[in-house]
Every structure is written in C-alpha cells, then in structure tokens.
Design a protein around this ligand. Structure first.
Ligand code: NAD
Length: 312
C-alpha cells in the first residue's frame, strides 16, 4: 500500500488529523476542501504540528517531518484531488445532505475500485451512502479525537460492503499505526458511542440524584475505571477479576450485577433544572471561557501523548 495516494475530502479538525496519520505511514495525501484557501491553510497548520511533534520526539512513523510534508498536497479542485487515489476519506461537516452530495460527486470522478470511506460519528452507513450507486466499496472509518494519540478506528460496513473492502481498510489502518476494530453490522452510535453514552447516562443520574458530585464522578473514571481501561477492556477485566477467570466471575457476581442493573433509572433528559445544576457545578471546576477550556484541552492532549508513548 505504501506510496499510494489517499484523498482527504474536508480539511477541518478531523481531515487534518487523518492527513497526518496517513503521512506518518508514508502515503501520499491529497487534501481537498470546498472552501477556497482552506486546504492550503491546512497544510500550513500540519507543517507546524509535524515540526512541533518532531521537536518533542513524538512524530509518528519512520519519516522526518520534512519527508512527510513532501508527500502532502492541497487542491481546490475535487477532480484533481481524486486523481490516482485508491482510498478516499471524507471529513466534511456532520450533515447528511452535505455528505450525500460529496459522495455523488466523488463517485462520478473515481473508478469502481476506489474505496469510499466516511469519518461520520453519528450517521448510519445505510443513510450516508444511500445515494451512492455502488455501495459495495463504501465503509465508515470512525476515528476518535485526537486520532494522532487515540488510535481506535471503528470500521462500520454498509449492508452491501464487500468483506474485501473491510480487509483493505483494516490493513490500511493497521499499516499507519491506528487500532482498527470491525463492527459486523451497522448500529446507531456504533460501539464506542454506545458504551460512552451508557457511562454518561449513569454518571448523569448519579449526580442528578444527589449521590455524588461532578468532581467525584469524574474521579471514579480518571482514578478508577479509566486506569485499567487504557490497557484492558471490560470483558478482560471480568476475566481477571475472579481467581478462576470468567466463569468464576459470573458465578460470583452475576446476581449482584443484575440486581444493580435493575436499579438504573430511565434515559436522562439532559435539560431543565438538573442540567442547570450540573452545568453550574462543572463550570465552577472549569469555567467555560475559551482560555480555560483551551488550557484543559492542551493538558488532555499532553497527557494522551504521554499515555500513547507508554502504551508503545
Ligand atoms: P470541521 O467543521 O472542523 O471541518 C469540516 C470541513 O469540511 C471544513 O473545513 C469545511 O470547509 C469542509 N467542507 C464542508 N463541506 C464540504 C464539501 N462539500 N466538500 C469539501 N469540504 C467541505 O469538522 P470536523 O470536526 O473535522 O468533523 C468532520 C467529520 O468527522 C464529521 O463527520 C464528524 O462527525 C467526524 N468526526 C469528528 C470528530 C471530532 O471530535 N471532531 C471525531 C470523530 C469523527
């Protein structure tokens, strides 16, 4: 696959991140954006980031920042951007209509063999690709922000997607150092957001019901569950948490788990008085003014960088 061309359509936050990930694997990357000047601006931003990463010895892949940059080009013309590509990663606004229009245009400009991949977080493959003629080569490759440090990519097939297409996407993601997982069929929220929303819902209910503070429920994750979840998942956790493994765990904790699970409340409303209370509480810890949020995001990315290093 090396030396092959990947086209990134949409050069916002995620488009720029994908470009950096693909460059690190030695792929040629052509970025396109329909907002004039946006794609060339993305190159300036990527150059800055690659140079900073090189300085911090956190640059991914075997190539220098300059070598990676030499593989990158920006285009204001879609046809030119798609020329020679074997894989197209769409990263435009999270808007069904916008994405469907992009796929119509792309399909008209590329040969049948080209894989069309979407970064969508929340749209279902059967909706997002509904206006594509040949859907056997369509796939969702859903990244996690920031993809340079958080390597998971959820690969979600359309009902018509060929398994060979899933295999190419899987190999590509592995080759560039991401951690792909395959969903066997489409489902709303994919896997990551379903698990994330389950955690958000129960955290919300516990704060809303006056059981625990915002600060402390976040510590339950960051100092508790999150410590091991960076390295092992919930199923392995069960397997390791009883002396004789999973069967033993189920014998010991089956009843307790079911008892607690039946006490979970309904889906929260995330509005009204409870929301106002939770907003106030979180803003006392981290005010929502730009400078405070930016500082916390920088801290998050810095810590994720360290964790990514550790995991290697
Ligand atoms: P963004 O707003 O930062 O960037 C979108 C870019 O697409 C802009 O540069 C815009 O000019 C361009 N664009 C819009 N319409 C276009 C078109 N027709 N042709 C070409 N370019 C077009 O958005 P983002 O955060 O990068 O999100 C992009 C996609 O990635 C969304 O589908 C989003 O759901 C998904 N995603 C985002 C995150 C995240 O945390 N931000 C995580 C995973 C997936």
């Amino acid at each position: 696959l090396k030396g092959k061309i990947i086209t990134v359509v949409g050069s916002g936050l995620i488009g720029r991140s994908w470009a950096m990930v693909f460059l690190s694997g030695g792929y040629k990357v052509k970025i396109y954006d329909n907002k004039p000047g946006q794609a060339s601006g993305a190159i300036t931003e990527i150059r800055k980031q690659l140079e900073e990463l090189q300085q911090a010895k956190m640059l991914r892949g075997n190539l220098s920042a300059a070598e990676q940059l030499s593989l990158l080009s920006s285009h204001d013309d879609l046809q030119q951007a798609l020329e020679g590509a074997f894989f197209v990663q769409e990263c435009v606004f999270e808007d069904l209509e916008a994405k469907q229009t992009v796929f119509l245009e792309v399909e008209n400009l590329v040969p049948e063999s080209v894989i069309i991949s979407s970064s969508t977080s929340c749209l279902m493959p059967s909706n997002v690709f509904s206006r594509v003629q040949n859907r056997t080569r369509c796939i969702i490759s859903h990244p996690v922000n920031p993809p340079y440090y958080v390597r998971l990519v959820e690969l979600v097939p359309h009902p018509e997607t060929l398994s060979a297409v899933m295999d190419v996407a899987y190999s590509l993601m592995t080759d560039v150092g991401q951690a792909p997982v395959r969903l066997k069929k489409e489902i709303d929220g994919f896997a990551l957001n379903r698990v994330q929303y389950a955690i958000i819902a129960e955290s919300w209910r516990l704060v809303q019901d006056g059981v625990i503070s915002v600060k402390d429920i976040d510590l339950v994750m960051s100092e508790g569950l999150g410590m091991r979840y960076a390295f092992i998942g919930p199923i392995e956790t069960m397997h390791l948490n009883a002396p004789e493994g999973m069967e033993d765990y189920l014998q010991r904790y089956n009843e307790g788990m079911k008892r607690v699970l039946t006490t979970f409340g309904p889906v929260p409303d995330f509005s009204g008085e409870p929301a106002a209370r939770i907003i106030k509480e979180v803003c006392e810890l981290i005010p929502s003014e730009h400078e405070h949020l930016t500082a916390r995001r920088e801290r998050r990315d810095h810590l994720l960088m360290g964790l990514a290093k550790l995991k290697k």
